[in-house]
Design a protein around this ligand. Structure first.
Ligand SMILES: [Zn+2]
Length: 496
C-alpha cells in the first residue's frame, strides 16, 4: 500500500528578488535543482561542508514535502588549482582530481548526505561544453582570440541582474592593466588553450580546456534543460560565478535560466580565539575523525542556512548535546513501545508533524522545526514516566521521527552506537578545550613544526600525497610556509 504524498507549497528567499516568495515549480510537483559542487584539488574545508550539507538538506526537505526532485551537483575536476597541485606532485591532473573526488565522496557519506540524481564531472561533459561555447559564438555573445574563447559581457544586456552590479561600476573596480586582448574588462574565459602538462581536449579552437563558469551552464542544460526551479551555492558564488552562469545560459538558451536563487551564508572562523584554538584550518575529514560526521552535519542543519555561523567549541558541544537528547529519546521511545505499563495516556502529537512540515516549507526553517521536535521530546518524557502511549500515539510519534530523519538526516539508524560515539566526541572536545592548541586540526605551535615536517616527508616517501598536502596546507593556513630544498631538506618561515 503506497500512501499518496501530500504536496506542501514552499516559500523561499530568492537572492534574485531579495525577498521570500512562494515557489511555483515549472512543472507541478516537480523541482529541477542544481547545486554548485566542490573543486576536487584537496581535502575539503569545514566551510565547504556547509554548502554541501545545505544542498543535501534542500534536496531532502523538498523530497519529504512531496516533490519529485531532480538534483544535479557537479564535481569540478578540471581547474587551475587541481593542475597546480598535480604538477607539484608530478601526477596527471585528472588522476589527482579523481583521488579527491573519492575522498570527497567519503566525507559526503560520513555527513549522511544522500545521492543527487546526477553528479557530472567536467571531464565527462566536454562535448556539451564545446557545444554551448559554439552556440554563444554563433549568437555573438563570445569571440575567439588566439585559441581562447571569451564571453563578451556588454552583449548580454541583463548582466549584473543577480548580484545587482552594473557594468560601469564593475569597470571601475577592475585593475587598469587588463589583458589587452579583452574587448571589455569584464569579459570572461569560456575556453582556454592548452598548455604543456595540462589536461586538454580537441575543440574547434584547438586543443584546450573549459573555463570554470561554463561547466555549470552546460551541465544544468544537459540534465535539467533550459530552465530550472532552484539553483544553490554559497554566497561567495553570487558574483561572478552565478552571474556568469546566467549570462551564458540565458544567451545560449534564450529563456529565463532559474526561478529561485538560494545561497547559504559563510562559516565565520574569524572570531576571537579561533585562529589559535580551532584554527581556520579544519578539514571536514579532520573534524569527522575527532567528532564524527553527524556532529558536523547537525551544526549545519540546526542553524538557519542564511545566518552567518560563528565557529567555536560551544557550537560543537551544543551539537553533541542535542544529538544525545534526540537519540536518548529514540531509545526511550523504542523501550516504551514494548513496555507493559497499565495506565494509558491521552497524550497526542497529531499537529506536531504538520507544524514541522510548515516550518521546513517556510524557507527551510530548520531551527524552528527542531524546536518543535525538542518540545515533543520534552512533553513525551514528562508524560511517559508512568504511563504508556496508545497505539495511535506511537504511530504519530513514529511518523514524526521518520519525517525528521528523512527530511533533515539527523537521526542515526543505530541510536546506541551514536551515543557511544558522542561520548567519545565529548571527551575529545573537553581535552581540546583545556589544550590551547587545535581541536580538529593538527597542532601548530612552533615546537610542533619539525615533527610535522618529518611526518610530511615520511608521507611523501610513502606516496601518501593527501596527508603530505594536508600538513602543508594546515601550516600554510597558520601562516607558516614550507620550502623544499634540492638536497631534500625542508625549512619553514612565517608568511611575509
Ligand atoms: Zn556552478
Amino acid at each position: 500500500m503506497s500512501e499518496v504524498k501530500e504536496l506542501i507549497s514552499v516559500s523561499l528567499y530568492n537572492t534574485f528578488t531579495r525577498k521570500k516568495e512562494p515557489l511555483t515549480p515549472l512543472k507541478e510537483g516537480e523541482i529541477k535543482f542544481y547545486s554548485c559542487g566542490p573543486t576536487t584539488y584537496d581535502f575539503l574545508h569545514v566551510g565547504n561542508g556547509r554548502a554541501l550539507v545545505i544542498g543535501d538538506l534542500i534536496h531532502r526537505i523538498l523530497k519529504s514535502l512531496g516533490y519529485k526532485v531532480t538534483f544535479v551537483r557537479n564535481f569540478t575536476d578540471v581547474d587551475d588549482k587541481i593542475i597546480n597541485k598535480a604538477n607539484e606532485k608530478g601526477v596527471p591532473a585528472l588522476e589527482h582530481a579523481e583521488i579527491f573526488v573519492k575522498e570527497c565522496k567519503k566525507d559526503m557519506h560520513s555527513l549522511m548526505m544522500i545521492d543527487p540524481t546526477f553528479t557530472p564531472k567536467v571531464s565527462e561533459t566536454i562535448p556539451e561544453i564545446i557545444e554551448m561555447v559554439e552556440c554563444l559564438i554563433k549568437k555573438n555573445f563570445a569571440y575567439v582570440i588566439n585559441g581562447e574563447v571569451l564571453y563578451h559581457v556588454p552583449n548580454f544586456k541583463d548582466y549584473g541582474k543577480l548580484s545587482k552590479k552594473d557594468l560601469e561600476g564593475l569597470q571601475h573596480g577592475i585593475r587598469v592593466e587588463v589583458e589587452s586582448y579583452k574587448k571589455h574588462p569584464s569579459d570572461f574565459v569560456l575556453w582556454k588553450p592548452a598548455k604543456e602538462g595540462e589536461p586538454s581536449w580537441d575543440s574547434p579552437w584547438g586543443k584546450g580546456r573549459p573555463g570554470w563558469h561554463i561547466e555549470c551552464s552546460a551541465m544544468s542544460y544537459k540534465f535539467l534543460g533550459s530552465s530550472i526551479d532552484i539553483h544553490h551555492g554559497g554566497v561567495d558564488l553570487i558574483f561572478p560565478h552565478h552571474e556568469n552562469e546566467i549570462a551564458q545560459s540565458e544567451a545560449a538558451n534564450e529563456t529565463n535560466f532559474c526561478t529561485c536563487w538560494c545561497h547559504n551564508e559563510f562559516v565565520n572562523f574569524g572570531t576571537e580565539k579561533m585562529s589559535k584554538s580551532l584554527g581556520n584550518v579544519i578539514t571536514i575529514r579532520n573534524f569527522i575523525e575527532k567528532f564524527g560526521g553527524m556532529v558536523l552535519r547537525y551544526i549545519f542543519v540546526s542553524s538557519h542556512y542564511r545566518t552567518k555561523l560563528d565557529w567555536n567549541n560551544k557550537l560543537i558541544l551544543k551539537s553533541i548535546e542535542e544529538l544525545e537528547r534526540i537519540h536518548q529519546f529514540i531509545i526511550e521511545f523504542e523501550q516504551l513501545k514494548s513496555a507493559n505499563v497499565s495506565e494509558q495516556s491521552t497524550f497526542k502529537a497529531d499537529d506536531v508533524l504538520s507544524k514541522i512540515k510548515s516550518e521546513l516549507a517556510n524557507d527551510f526553517n530548520t531551527p524552528k522545526a527542531m524546536a518543535l521536535f525538542f518540545t515533543l521530546i520534552r512533553d513525551f518524557r514528562r508524560e511517559f514516566t508512568s504511563k504508556t502511549p496508545t497505539d495511535e500515539t506511537v504511530q504519530e510519534i513514529q511518523k514524526i521521527i521518520d519525517f525528521v530523519s528523512s527530511s533533515m538526516g539527523i537521526i542515526h539508524s543505530d541510536a546506541n552506537l551514536l551515543l557511544k560515539e558522542l561520548n567519545h566526541s565529548k571527551k575529545e572536545l573537553s581535552e581540546n578545550n583545556t589544550d590551547t592548541n587545535t581541536a580538529a586540526s593538527i597542532a601548530t605551535t612552533e615546537q610542533d613544526i619539525p615533527a610535522l615536517i618529518e611526518e610530511r616527508n615520511k608521507a611523501k616517501k610513502e606516496k601518501n600525497w593527501a596527508r603530505a598536502d594536508e600538513i602543508r596546507n594546515t601550516l600554510k593556513q597558520n601562516k607558516i610556509i614550507l620550502k623544499d630544498h634540492p638536497d631534500g631538506k625542508t625549512t619553514w618561515s612565517y608568511e611575509p
